[in-house]
Design a protein around this ligand. Structure first.
Ligand SMILES: Cc1ncc(COP(=O)(O)O)c(C=O)c1O
Length: 331
């Protein structure tokens, strides 16, 4: 099966990651290896370009999303999100019974109405994905807008899961905005989705609030080792990102040439408008051993049912996908 449905990397982890996992695996009898943890924080701090005082690590960036909802609950707050947003959020909002409000993205190009966001921000917690999932575009570019939102909001959680593909980050604002939390993952650009590792960049105040809701020692030693290895092999990550960005642009161009509307992406996936409901074509692609994400299949995203979210794979995989998609669209 060709996995173009979960925004994973089509490339394996770096060799250095694998070597580090093996090097540290005989220490799995321990909860914590101080020297490994310190080296990891130092490398992360180098990579991000902020002091390690601003960084905390987590077992996946998704685990921060539930922590964020707990934070909203215990501070008697409400959360503001865009619609559409990361599909897992809709169910979580309902299961956690948190009060929430949406800023609707524009229906034609999924841009964010920053005036509306500001209006809804007062005293609330904000969750924004930049660039956004599932729409793939940048929502926020101007740091001034983020400053204005931060002045009104209780806290802002800015999910930069796709940062390496967009090159845009607001991490430096963490130094001046003590209610900003940047969320990052190694699941995409670092080819380590299965390691389950994420990290936050945030002020001491926000890190303290969030760490009070955690047990600690959550990140497995072999996962810390895998990430340390990946950070010590930056050429590999850069190479993976370059290959994905190149395949993304080529795929988009070919789909647009074939008459499809495809949002300009700054991520490792494409948001493709088939011009008709996607389920039938999603099913036909699946019969051809290609997995994609069809929004018609997602309860809260049905209104965007003409859209298929497609992860960017290797060039040959994308050529196969394009060929099959164009074939099934004519049936
Ligand atoms: C916006 C966003 N946040 C978080 C995640 C999950 O990241 P992790 O694998 O670190 O849980 C994803 C994965 O698709 C995502 O798109």
């Amino acid at each position: 099966m060709l996995r173009l449905h979960m925004n994973e990397s089509p490339y394996p982890p770096s060799r250095t990651s694998l070597e580090y996992i093996s090097k540290y695996s005989n220490l799995l009898n321990l909860y914590h290896v101080e020297e490994l943890y310190e080296e990891l924080l130092n490398e992360l701090s180098n990579y991000v370009g902020v002091d390690k005082r601003f960084i905390d690590v987590l077992a996946s960036s998704s685990s921060l999303l539930t922590l964020m909802l707990t934070y909203v609950k215990i501070t008697d707050s409400a959360i503001v999100l865009t619609h559409p947003t990361f599909h897992v959020m809709y169910q979580l909002l309902s299961n956690y019974r948190v009060q929430h409000a949406y800023v609707e993205l524009s229906r034609d190009d999924f841009t964010l109405d920053t005036g509306k966001l500001l209006e809804l921000s007062e005293g609330r917690v904000i969750y924004l994905i930049n660039p956004n999932n599932p729409t793939s575009n940048i929502l926020l570019e101007d740091p001034e807008v983020l400053r204005k939102v931060a002045r009104r909001a209780k806290a802002i959680f800015l999910d930069e899961a796709y940062y390496e593909f967009s090159g845009l980050t607001f991490k430096d604002l963490v130094m001046e905005l003590d209610n900003l939390v940047i969320i990052r993952t190694v699941s995409k650009a670092f080819s380590l989705a299965g390691a389950r590792f994420g990290y936050i960049i945030a002020s001491e105040k926000m890190r303290k609030h969030l760490s009070e809701l955690r047990i600690g020692y959550e990140v497995p030693i072999t996962t810390q080792a895998a990430v340390l290895g990946a950070l010590r092999d930056p050429h590999y990550v850069r190479d993976v990102v370059n290959k994905i960005v190149e395949a993304r642009e080529e795929t988009r161009e070919k789909l647009v040439d074939a008459g499809l509307k495809v949002i300009e992406s700054k991520t490792n996936f494409l948001f493709v408008n088939l011009g008709k409901p996607c389920r039938k074509y999603w099913e036909l692609l699946k019969k051809n051993e290609i997995l994609t994400l069809c929004l018609e299949n997602l309860e809260r995203l049905k209104e965007f049912g003409n859209y298929l979210r497609v992860t960017v794979g290797k060039p040959e995989e994308m050529n196969f996908f394009i060929k099959k998609l164009l074939e099934v669209l004519t049936t």
